[in-house]
Design a protein around this ligand. Structure first.
Ligand code: NAD
Ligand code: ZN
Ligand code: ZN
Length: 381
């Protein structure tokens, strides 16, 4: 291919500073170095976490270096590979991942966790293994977001953070498996281990929450209570399997008391998919004593939650999940298969499709609660 080994000039949405809208810029994307893959990004979802790092940085989020190219829920095609890359070839369909899977470390070899730490420190700092980013703009280094940066027509990702997927997978759908859907679905299936005939409550009915509802349904939960302050989310939640939908603003008492009353003592599983310590506490207190499990999927980095020790002592379990417990590179291709075999919904999460130039609109739609997921096409102008 004509671009192999060369710098590619393309369009990207650059976050120059926190709190400001993204700017569509011409960027230079350097060729991949050892153990790196350069990907032509075809489609990317816009996740709440992208928004949070732009608009909540220094608040709920730790500070990340700017300028930055956000985006971490994507699918694309391998354009070229760097030295020592053995598992990928140009033309392969792939999903880049913010969570690595090296397949060799103690954590990758353990069934207990998906927290592979390969390149971790660098990726959190917005750089790749050699301490630099592959993206630059106007002569300035642009940091990469969690090693991915999918709000760019091309990006370079470590080969331990890329899942190769089947060639017939529609990239504008399976991109959602790069974050939100996998996270919520896995929060129910892997972290919660939701059981048949159980009762569940899902707090927050965005993409992560709806995917958690889907996981509870697949696990054959008997009752699935959806909780959201935006009643516009209820119709879709019912389509995904919620049996009841409740709005905390309709009640004068705390929502956990409402859930406990409705279920005669609390739910077996509560899944927090909002990212707020107060709601995490409400989710925890919604669980039944003796065996209730609360899974935190919502994201915050600098805030703390306080919980009643007594409620914990009474046999409840509190756990968190990163990327739904999936071992990223290994498990995402199987989730793609599940979608292709109609075992997993994806199309139903997509409420808008926009070209890259309208990416700020995708943030507006997410924050105003008008969208579940907007899929941004990188290659359309
Ligand atoms: P979203 O904005 O689409 O959905 C959030 C939902 O929460 C909205 O429907 C909103 O109306 C609802 N909500 C807000 N305040 C509420 C309240 N007080 N009570 C009940 N509902 C309330 O976001 P999303 O993309 O689905 O992401 C959800 C969370 O999951 C975010 O915090 C995100 O950062 C996090 N996340 C975590 C991981 C992980 O690996 N753990 C991965 C992806 C996203
Ligand atoms: Zn995300
Ligand atoms: Zn590993």
């Amino acid at each position: 291919m004509a671009t192999v080994g060369k710098v590619i000039t393309c369009k990207a949405a650059v976050a120059w500073e926190p709190g400001k809208p993204l700017c569509i810029e011409e960027v230079e994307v350097a060729p991949p170095k050892a153990h790196e893959v350069r990907i032509k990004v075809v489609a990317t979802g816009v996740c709440h976490t992208d928004w949070e790092y732009l608009f909540e940085t220094g608040k709920g989020m730790k500070f990340r270096p700017f300028p930055l190219v956000l985006g971490h829920e994507a699918a694309g095609i391998v354009e070229s590979t760097g030295p020592e890359v053995t598992r990928f070839s140009p033309g392969d369909k792939v999903i880049p991942l913010f969570l690595p899977y090296c397949g060799e470390c103690e954590r990758c070899l353990s069934p207990k966790t998906n927290h592979c730490k390969k390149n971790w420190t660098n990726m959190q700092a917005g750089i790749l293994a050699d301490g630099t980013s592959r993206i630059s703009c106007k002569g300035q280094q642009v940091y990469q977001f969690l090693g991915v940066s999918s709000f760019s027509q091309y990006t370079v990702v470590p080969d331990t953070s890329v899942a190769k997927i089947r060639s017939d997978a529609p990239l504008d759908k399976v991109c959602l498996l790069g974050c939100g859907v996998s996270t919520g679905y896995g929060a129910a299936i892997n972290a919660g281990k939701v059981e048949k005939d159980s009762s569940c409550a899902v707090f927050g009915l965005g993409a992560v929450g709806l995917a958690a509802v889907m996981g509870c349904k697949v696990a054959m939960a008997r009752r699935i209570i959806g909780v959201d302050i935006n009643p516009d989310k209820f119709e879709k939640a019912r389509q995904f399997g919620a049996t009841d939908c409740i709005n905390p603003r309709d009640y004068s008492k705390p929502i956990q008391e409402v859930v406990v009353e409705k279920t005669g003592g609390g739910v077996d599983y509560a899944l927090e998919c909002v990212g707020s310590p107060a709601i995490m506490n409400a989710a925890f207190e919604s669980t039944r004593d003796a065996w209730g499990t609360c899974v935190i999927a919502g994201w915050t980095e600098t805030e703390v939650m306080s919980i009643s020790v007594e409620k914990l002592l009474m046999g409840r379990t509190l756990k968190g999940t990163y990327f739904g417990g999936w071992k990223s590179v290994k498990d995402v291709p199987k989730l793609v298969d599940d979608y292709m075999n109609h075992k997993l919904k994806l199309d139903e999460f997509i409420t808008e499709k926009l070209p890259l130039v309208q990416i700020n609109k995708a943030f507006d739609l997410l924050k105003s609660g008008k969208s579940i997921r907007t899929v941004v096409s990188l290659q359309d102008s």
